[in-house]
Ligand binder design. Structure first.
Ligand SMILES: Nc1ncnc2c1ncn2[C@@H]1O[C@H](COP(=O)(O)OP(=O)(O)OP(=O)(O)O)[C@@H](O)[C@H]1O
Length: 226
């Protein structure tokens, strides 16, 4: 009898993905197998251009796989329709994009509480803690486009965490922050992982940040090495 792993958040089996560049095919993931369990915190490292963002985009449903299987919360996600992906992203996922992807007509507070409104959730003590820890209280009324890169990154982190997602995908979440702010963000991520059993897959080029995570996956030449 097949046993079902209840704490399995995502599993990739023999996943391959590539892009066509003119008449050249560039393989980015080559038969990758990996499993993410509840509460796992993983740093994803590897040289520039090896496919780290692509892997996050696949798990978030922004890129389709060429072959293999993608499982999310026990379901075959490669068969999901757009509305199923939207539902999953809204309820289960927090994403910190490399380019932040903030909602530019809105101010900081409206950006941060957007996931709460989508999920019909109330403001919580955790929301206040995020704002304080990320030092955003003074700028809540400011339009996001008037903020510095580091401030925008902190808004993006607050927005990704505010609904306590079961899975957080973060693409270099401390890339624009100074050392102190970067360490505060890493501590927040670890706190969230413990308090809410959130699984974290975080792309980073920083050894210091990677050391905050329990495990490290290195992506190179299409393969993941632990
Ligand atoms: N939509 C796309 N169309 C064509 N090529 C793409 C696309 N997305 C990514 N690529 C290519 O796939 C490769 C992997 O890109 P990806 O952004 O995933 O790398 P990365 O490891 O995240 O890089 P970095 O560390 O510089 O952010 C690169 O060669 C990139 O040019």
């Amino acid at each position: 009898m097949q046993t079902v792993e209840t704490n399995l958040v995502s599993q990739l089996s023999l996943v391959s993905k590539g892009f066509t560049d003119g008449d050249r095919y560039h393989q980015v993931l080559d038969c990758v197998d990996l499993a993410l369990h509840s509460g796992d915190t993983i740093a994803l490292t590897g040289p520039s251009g090896t496919g780290k963002s692509t892997l996050l985009n696949i798990i978030a449903g922004f890129e389709k796989i060429d072959s293999g299987e993608l499982q999310l919360l026990g379901q075959q996600a490669q068969c999901w329709q757009d509305n199923h992906w939207s539902h999953f992203r809204r309820q289960q996922l927090g994403i910190v994009f490399q380019q932040f992807n903030l909602l530019t007509p809105l101010n900081v507070l409206d950006n941060i509480r957007f996931p709460l409104q989508l999920n019909k959730l109330k403001w919580s003590p955790w929301a206040d803690e995020l704002i304080n820890q990320l030092d955003l209280r003074e700028v809540l009324a400011r339009p996001v486009e008037t903020l510095s890169g580091g401030q925008q990154q902190r808004v993006a982190i607050a927005r990704a965490l505010i609904h306590k997602p079961s899975l957080l995908l973060a693409d270099e979440p401390t890339g624009n922050l100074d050392e102190k702010a970067g360490q505060q963000v890493m501590q927040l991520l670890c706190e969230l992982a413990q308090a809410a059993n959130t699984t974290i897959l975080m792309v980073t080029h920083s050894d210091t940040c990677a050391n905050y995570m329990q495990r490290r996956w290195h992506l190179e030449q299409g393969k993941i090495h632990e």
